[in-house]
Design a protein around this ligand. Structure first.
Ligand SMILES: NC(=O)C1=CN([C@@H]2O[C@H](COP(=O)(O)OP(=O)(O)OC[C@H]3O[C@@H](n4cnc5c(N)ncnc54)[C@H](O)[C@@H]3O)[C@@H](O)[C@H]2O)C=CC1
Ligand SMILES: Nc1nc(=O)c2c([nH]1)NC[C@@H]1CN(c3ccc(C(=O)N[C@@H](CCC(=O)O)C(=O)O)cc3)CN21
Length: 317
């Protein structure tokens, strides 16, 4: 399988299209997911990213006592990756997270990916368990994406956690997350930026950004990275706005600003059907500017729904 950085090199400046999907809720048909990916394949994404979802805790009454049961709402990241590679003949890029994994479990997980022919991973810390305010690392696991990244780099060098002898090296191309409007937990932009710098210094091959609705945030971020010697590709992450509720939900979850013109356009809408159209048009405009700027790839957070992304891709590719 091909490395993301190679796809970018081979495109020779042409902007590529990629998508991110989430595994289905357990019990839902995988066919629904495939039916949503299918219409986006005409835009030839070289890869599809697949998110990873950690356990959640549900409360159940067992023998008269309330117990917390760990359960996974969206299992199957590795299986979905394999399925996508088989069916669409594109690369799948799984998210690999720190949360819920010991280092040993991470090592085994990475071997599974390696064995099914995955050569790209997006290395993340991951979100806190649903309902918890703060991220808590697993005992014997990683607390930050940079630590997990070091483990992947070691495996690429044939070094395992506990084996004395050298292992056959893996060959992962490693992506990391970057935040044009800073990560929500970081005390300020500069502090967050220093951690990004560390991730790249340790061997990250490319950056995928958090979503943004104001291109200037991305332009400034890229400029800052280049000035500070971060020279890896910076892939913008885009989410077409789809509901009025997202005007408040997205800033709350992701700590990003929504430009006044977009807010006004959404508030002028009569229904979410109209909001969807506004979201599509806004995103098309963003994409055009990002292409002119020379963004290597436009990466869409589709949430496994194809409609808005398909319309946007039709307008720009
Ligand atoms: N493309 C994207 O933007 C994506 C982002 N995410 C989410 O992003 C969130 C964070 O993940 P990452 O950015 O991978 O985490 P990270 O480990 O790089 O950073 C997490 C937070 O810790 C801080 N930090 C990093 N290293 C530190 C250190 N050594 N000491 C003290 N503080 C440190 C950072 O400033 C940031 O606030 C997660 O919630 C993840 O699920 C998920 C999927 C894609
Ligand atoms: N902190 C964080 N966690 C993630 O999992 C994540 C990021 N950031 N940023 C990049 C991608 C994009 N992701 C997402 C996640 C959710 C929505 C979303 O649309 N959420 C719902 C609201 C969900 C809620 O109410 O909890 C929405 O209606 O917009 C979009 C992109 C997942 N990834």
């Amino acid at each position: 399988m091909t490395k993301i950085t190679k796809y970018i090199e081979e495109a020779k400046g042409k902007t590529l299209f990629s998508i991110e999907i989430i595994p289905p809720v357990k019990g839902e048909s995988i066919q629904t997911l495939m039916n949503n990916i299918e219409p986006l394949m005409e835009f030839q994404p070289p890869f599809i990213e697949v998110t990873y979802h950690r356990e959640e805790f549900i409360e159940k009454v067992i023998n008269g006592r309330i117990e917390k049961i760990p359960t996974r709402k969206r299992p199957g990241t590795v299986g979905i990756c394999a399925s996508i590679m088989n069916r669409f003949k594109v690369d799948a890029v799984p998210h690999v997270i720190c949360g819920g994994f010991t280092q040993e479990e991470t090592e085994d997980f990475l071997f599974d990916l390696h064995y099914i022919g995955i050569d790209n991973v997006l290395v993340l810390r991951g979100d806190p368990v649903k309902g918890n305010a703060a991220f808590v690392p697993e005992k014997g696991g990683h607390a930050y994406a940079s630590e997990l990244l070091e483990q992947v780099v070691s495996m690429n060098q044939g070094k395992l956690l506990h084996e004395e002898t050298e292992s056959a090296p893996t060959n992962f191309c490693i992506g990391v997350a970057g935040y044009p409007e800073k990560h929500f937990e970081a005390p300020n932009f500069q502090v967050d930026f220093e951690y990004l710098r560390r991730k790249v210094a340790l061997g990250a091959d490319y950056i995928v950004t958090q979503m943004f609705f104001d291109n200037q945030k991305y332009f400034d971020f890229v400029k800052k990275c280049r000035e500070e010697g971060i020279n890896v590709p910076i892939i913008p992450g885009l989410k077409p706005l789809a509901t009025r509720k997202q005007l408040t939900v997205l800033p709350r979850i992701f700590h990003l600003d929504i430009p006044i013109d977009l807010v006004n356009a959404v508030n002028a809408c009569k229904s979410d059907k109209d909001v969807k159209q506004v979201g599509i048009e806004w995103c098309i405009q963003q994409c055009k500017e990002l292409m002119d700027f020379g963004a290597p790839i436009l990466h869409f957070y589709t949430m496994s729904k194809s409609e808005s992304t398909q319309k946007i891709a039709q307008a720009i590719f």
